[in-house]
Design a protein around this ligand. Structure first.
Ligand code: F6P
Length: 326
């Protein structure tokens, strides 16, 4: 066991609903173990600029239900430089911080791993990204909430698509992974889903439209992952319009509403477990690991593994879309 006097916590990269619940859990479990906590404002930029706040138990009350991150976040270019990381190290030492918990995605973990090796500094990662694309964990903080936000939006679009008998292309986030698109496609009964992990056979979709028309199918919803090889919903719609000018089509880009909103019960739950597990791991001499969830159990994954491997959406689930739209 290592006895730390003070640790630091930060959120970095794209924010995700549930990050506040994780911050709260890190602070409360650290104080419970007699360890003080400094919050780093604006992610790695805050480390480089020495922007810290004292995290007390009161400071994290009434945030478990709030979306976003009370510590703010940023995508830091400065931390990608040796000089920037040196400044960060000096500021950590000056603040008396002896270990760091970073909440974010693979970009955040890449920075953490380099820094941890350069300065032999204890770092533990908590998976926080709506994309759910982190190797080593079944779920990341924010994915469940983003999914429910998409499902709610698509249900609304279904209403107007049915009223006007239109074909809708709905683009969702996910960077270069299809988790949000695939899960929301199944959960909303979408007629087709396009994801980066699967080569898109446009002919297959066109055949589906033709058959649908024969059965007098009046509305169609197509979910398109932003990272799909065809370049997103507008480009896909243009291609389909060229072949099927008779279809009335609309395109909706859901965008950043997927990043906000009060976190779901599930995201608050896993964020709380990850927060406590990350502090336990640090006190238990774990270094350069991410805490994850495998079959409901907390696991420790080396950051090197998390960064090296790319987690892909389950292609087999694409069959479900076909079967369920038969
Ligand atoms: O990683 C989270 C995410 O929302 C991705 O789904 C999306 O591609 C990206 O971040 C958007 O980044 P930004 O908020 O910088 O536009």
């Amino acid at each position: 066991m290592t006895k730390f006097n003070r640790i630091g916590v930060l959120t970095s990269g794209g924010d995700a609903p549930g990050m506040n619940a994780a911050i709260r859990a890190v602070v409360r479990s650290s104080l419970f173990a007699g360890v003080k906590v400094s919050g780093v404002v604006r992610g790695y930029d805050g480390l480089v600029n020495g922007n810290f706040i004292e995290m007390t138990s009161r400071k994290v009350s009434n945030i478990i239900h709030r979306g976003g991150t009370v510590l703010k976040s940023a995508r830091s270019d400065a931390f990608k430089t040796k000089d920037g990381r040196y400044l960060a190290y000096r500021n950590l030492v000056e603040e008396g911080i002896e270990a760091l918990i970073v909440i974010g995605g693979d970009g955040t973990f890449t920075g953490a791993r380099i820094f941890s090796e350069e300065y032999d500094f204890p770092v533990v990662g908590i998976p926080g990204t709506i994309d759910n694309d982190l190797y080593g964990t079944d779920m990341t903080i924010g994915f469940d909430t983003a999914l429910n936000t998409v499902v709610e939006a698509v249900d609304k679009i279904r209403d107007t698509a049915s009223s006007h008998e239109r074909l809708f292309f709905v683009e969702v986030m996910g960077r270069d992974a299809g988790f949000i698109a695939l899960r929301s496609g199944i959960s909303t009964g979408a007629e087709a889903v396009f994801i980066p992990e699967v080569h898109t056979e446009l002919e297959e979709f066109e055949d589906y439209l033709v058959n649908g028309a024969k059965e007098l199918k009046s509305s169609n919803i197509v979910i398109v992952a932003e990272g799909d090889e065809l370049g997103g919903a507008f480009k896909l719609a243009d291609k389909v319009k060229a072949k099927f000018p008779q279809y009335e089509m609309r395109v909706t880009i859901l965008g950043h509403i997927q990043r906000g909103g009060s976190p779901s019960a599930y995201d608050r739950y896993i964020a709380s477990r990850f927060g406590v597990a990350a502090v336990d791991a640090l006190l238990d001499d774990q270094r350069s690991i991410m805490v994850g969830l495998k079959h409901k159990e907390i696991v420790h994954i080396p950051l090197s593994q998390t960064i090296k491997h790319h987690k892909e959406a389950d292609k087999n689930l694409m069959d479900l879309i076909k079967i369920l739209n038969f």
